[in-house]
Design a protein around this ligand. Structure first.
Ligand SMILES: [Zn+2]
Ligand SMILES: [Zn+2]
Length: 347
């Protein structure tokens, strides 16, 4: 076992505080990663505050991890000491079900993926995430960070990047397609960059025009305020795909009205309460209301290579560990451009 410094939530809704945790010994197929940077994802806050249901405490959040390999187990073939690597939302899965075999480990049906934190591993031990100095992960759940990407701006790609890349690819965002990104936060700003790089015509639908200049700079072609009722008149029937990154309650009927025939509204944000919907809003014009959760390991590698090839990471605000609690409040107030990243050397 290795004792490492970490920031943990001791009990539901409690502030984070510095502590130490034990990491398992490096097993045959494990790599030990010296964590350099960890992104703060909105879902860290949902889980720390039990917004998505009962959680495990103490909790060390963090599933946007970038670092350097410092030790490898004897059976490791993919990574060597000194490699720049990342870990996202999962650290294991059954490896035998159809989804695991086809690179969709995030949808593992053989017991489900093992979350990077707030989960139990195969030995029944709690997993602890990236707000820590080091982590031990099986090499099959580690990805390589390409040389062209700095580790700090790469960290948020491990959740925000793959969460938006996977549905954009699945629903064929590309040349000739009109894609709307709903919400201009951590996920939304990555969706804009990726959809633009894929060649789609990109529209941001945000509550206000406050971040319009940023949106256009990051690759959006158009930017509309959803607080303006005229937006819904003007854009009715416009989009092939709307990617909703919003985790607040939404008027789904209103947004479905913005889709073309056969269009899809895909959710990667998850409101804490169930939604209510008049089904005629999907029956009419054969529309789809769908969801998508992160991406598989191979697809996460593909996404990192794609972002590096196009020369971008996330837009970040780098913070020290002692600023995490304040950063949580700022995320809840949509006051971050566009992802907080913890410099883990300060833990
Ligand atoms: Zn996340
Ligand atoms: Zn599986």
């Amino acid at each position: 076992m290795t004792t490492v410094a970490a920031y943990a939530v001791p009990a539901p809704k409690a502030p984070l505080e510095r502590t130490t945790i034990e990491r398992r010994p490096v097993g045959e197929f494990d790599v030990l990663i010296d964590i350099k940077f960890a992104g703060i994802c909105h879902s860290d806050i949902h889980q720390a505050r039990e917004g998505w249901g009962e959680a495990m405490f103490p909790m060390v959040p963090g599933h946007e991890i970038a670092g350097v390999v410092t030790e490898v187990g004897p059976g490791v073939t993919k990574y060597a000491v000194g490699d720049r690597v990342g870990v996202g939302c999962m650290v294991d899965s059954c490896r035998e079900c159809d989804n695991c075999k086809t690179g969709q480990e995030q949808y593992c049906t053989g017991g489900g993926m093992v979350g990077t934190y707030n989960a139990l591993d195969k030995n029944g031990e709690p997993t602890y995430g990236g707000y820590a100095r080091a982590i031990v992960v099986d090499e099959n759940y580690v990805v390589r960070i390409p040389d062209g990407l700095s580790l700090d701006v790469a960290a948020p790609l491990l959740c925000a990047g793959i969460t938006t890349y996977s549905p954009l690819k699945h629903w064929n965002a590309g040349p000739g397609k009109k894609v709307a990104v709903l919400g201009m936060g951590g996920l939304g700003h990555m969706a804009v960059k990726i959809a633009h790089a894929l060649g789609a015509e990109v529209t941001v639908l945000s509550q206000s025009l406050r971040k319009k200049d940023d949106g256009l700079k990051l690759g959006a072609d158009h930017y509309y305020a959803t607080s303006d009722p005229k937006t819904f008149e003007e854009l009715a029937g416009s989009f092939d795909l709307i990617l909703s990154t919003v985790s607040a309650p939404l008027d789904f009927g209103a947004f479905l009205s913005l889709l073309k025939t056969d269009g899809a509204l895909v959710n990667v944000g998850a409101p804490e309460e169930p939604i209510s919907l008049n089904l005629f809003s999907v029956i009419n014009n054969r529309k789809t209301l769908a969801g998508s959760m992160i991406g598989g390991i191979a697809e996460t590698q593909e996404m990192l290579d794609f972002c590096a090839a196009h020369g971008f990471g996330a837009e970040i605000e780098l913070i020290a560990a002692e600023e995490i609690n304040e950063a949580y409040e700022r995320v809840l107030n949509s006051d971050v451009r566009y992802r907080f990243v913890i410099d883990t050397a300060t833990i």
